[in-house]
Design a protein around this ligand. Sequence first.
Ligand code: GLN
Length: 462
Amino acid sequence: MKAQDFLDDAAIGSIDIVENTHKALRKAQQIDNDYNYFYNFNEDAIRQAEEIQRRINEGQRLRFAGLPVSVKDCICVKGLESAAGSRILQGYRPLFDATAIKRLKQEGAIIMGKTTQDEFGFGSFSTNTHKFPKNPHDMSRCTGGSSGGSAGMTAKADFAHISIAESTGGSIACPASFCGVIGLTPTYGRVSRYGLIDYANSLDKIGVMGKNIFECKLALEIMSGKDDKDGTSLDAFSHQKRKIRKVGVIKETLSEGIDEGVRINVMRTIQNLEDFGIVAEEISLPLSSGYALAAYYIIAMSEASTNLAKYCGLRYGAAEKLDGNFNEYFSNVRSKYFGDEAKRRIILGTFARQSGFREAFYLKAMKLRTLIIEEYKKAFNEYDLLVSPTMPVIAPKFSAIQNLTPMQNYLMDIMTVGPNLAGLPHLTLNSGMSNSMPVGIQFIADHMKEDMLVSMGEMFEP
Ligand code: GLN
């Protein structure tokens, strides 16, 4: 059932919310047994459903009445273990809801559980954690990452459902592309980051995954808006239908280094845009295509390395028996509980910020970031949207991922890091199939222009 139909029925009281929640949880658990999409399920979900049913019976109009919502593990949900896919945070049960979650709950959303992800969001395949989600189209392949569980669950759920996810450098877009669902990443600041377990504060954004653009739009309308608890938060989103006249096709993303099946598929979708009266022209974006990846990884790792410093076994996260001096104790706890990728990023990020290297790495990356933003801004003088494939490949097999070097891993994000670095909203839609696997197409809009993206998403639906 489509979320839109579900919400229409729920609003007039023709759905038993408690029964529906029971059913949705049972199905999600069955799916999880085979596909590994959840770390945990919300034991309080049925009580929440009873409460929502009571509010509906009282005549309250709830925009998300009884809708089952899964949530990426890095977003805090009150009382529900929220560990960002990391062993160091295992057992952490927040005493509060992230602002985005609080707003969804106020509108009647029912939180089903926390979805699998790369540890702290570090990765593109959801394999940097202790439970690997499997691709809904082929279990020998990954879901993409880092919001892998959210994307897989969205594809697999045959009941009305959405998933709330997070992107730092493409973690909504990538798994949406690999699993064939919609991934909407808003402008940086559009949704409050309060209650999001930080990866890199200047990049992190909470967004949404769904099967139809309607529920993605609605979720963003509900979650977005100013929040006293996040000084970077911006005005709420309220959708207005927009006419899209001209899109810029990012030339560099369709040339070398991209899988032929992906290229042909995305080119065909772009040609089809002409049927809607949209002009598609090639545009060259040399800075974002050539330098965004390097700048992104330096900035993201620098920020991540400072964020992870607090997990030292004293105040936050896992602790051990105090043994040896403090330095030995910190090393012991951090060595034991952080995964390999987190350790790699702590070392590289600390190096890039270190005195003597800061100018050569961190500050240079920051300068590039400004130039990349300017390059995009100039493009938006001419184009309503920019378009590219989301990922250069279809979802890789687990056996192939094992053999990738860290650098080959990072290169996967070549098309998604640009808009993330610039804080631009972007949308991944399904462009079709190649080799029986989904291919994603990415649309990028100017800051605060999510309505252009939603209008494009609407065109893709019958
Ligand atoms: N794959 C990218 C990284 O590892 C993006 C992850 C994300 O957006 N959280 O940094």
